[in-house]
Design a protein around this ligand. Structure first.
Ligand SMILES: [Zn+2]
Length: 282
């Protein structure tokens, strides 16, 4: 036998072994071999992971650490606070995404946490518009908005429709932080045909690094199942430095598994085929 024939026989034997180890049901389905984890894996579409970091704008602990992450994360900046403009400019300057983190009335959270010029149920539709526009005028780099707290407001469909009108006029994306399972943000966005995404998982709310790593893994698993995931973390006491460390520590491993970090804006574009690459159908 020449070398070619020996090689062929060897490959055939290997294939037979693989087939022998599969159940008859497995044989009925299209079979993909080692390419799943080998270099050919690059040919598969990536699994997008958009990490949004809430509560920027108040010189919060962990802001620098988030800014230094070598990843296209998105900063959600609260308006009218001491470092609002600086944090938004710094994130934008570092090639990261920026969205407005709009303070909104909540059923449960302390009033002291709500921030400046929040959206509350006692406002007129014109006041709602004014407050959202004023916040967006301050944060000129904002590519979208999500809600800070807001369990009361996001259940209020008329107010969410007023907010959606402003976002639509300005071409911006609404990310529902989903601080309540009763949120009407999706309904309002669909009614107004506005750009809309929703959070899949919160990363922190704790100072326990192991817990945050677990949540990052969960986020990656969601992305692998549905093609993308949106995870929200925080600066300040609900995460901050420890969240930044967890993201930094796991980023390379997740990228090797096919996770591609993207800003919220790029995720929206990819899901809606607004640019040639990266591309992925819904
Ligand atoms: Zn917040």
């Amino acid at each position: 036998m020449d070398l070619k024939t020996i090689k062929k026989l060897f490959c055939f034997a290997l294939l037979s072994l693989r087939f022998a180890s599969l159940s008859p049901i497995d044989l009925g389905a299209p079979i993909v071999f080692a390419a799943e984890t080998g270099p050919d894996a690059q040919a598969n579409p990536p699994f997008y992971l958009a990490i949004v970091i809430d509560d920027l704008g108040n010189n919060a602990k962990g802001t620098e650490e988030m800014l230094k992450l070598p990843l296209p994360i998105t900063g959600a900046v609260m308006p009218h606070l001491p470092s609002s403009v600086k944090d938004a400019a710094d994130f934008h300057g570092a090639g990261k995404g920026v969205i407005l983190h709009m303070p909104m009335q909540s059923d449960t959270g302390k009033q002291a946490w709500i921030g400046k010029n929040p959206i509350t149920t006692d406002l007129s539709p014109e006041q709602v518009r004014e407050r959202v526009n004023a916040a967006l005028d301050e944060l000129v780099y904002a590519e979208g908005m999500n809600n800070h707290m807001g369990s009361t407001i996001t259940q209020n469909e008329p107010i969410m429709e007023q907010i959606m009108d402003v976002l639509k006029e300005r071409g911006l994306i609404m990310l529902d932080s989903r601080t309540t399972p009763k949120s009407k943000v999706g309904d309002a966005a669909r009614k107004k045909n506005a750009k809309y995404l929703t959070r899949d998982i919160f990363l922190d709310g704790t100072q326990d690094g192991n817990e945050i790593e677990k949540n990052l893994r969960k986020a990656a698993n969601i992305a692998k199942k549905k093609g993308y995931a949106i995870a929200i973390g925080h600066v300040g006491p609900w995460g901050g430095v420890v969240t930044a460390e967890a993201i930094r520590g796991l980023a390379s491993a997740l990228q090797e598994e096919g996770i591609q970090f993207v800003t919220l804006k790029d995720l929206y574009a990819a899901l809606n085929d607004q640019k040639p690459s990266p591309k992925r159908k819904k």
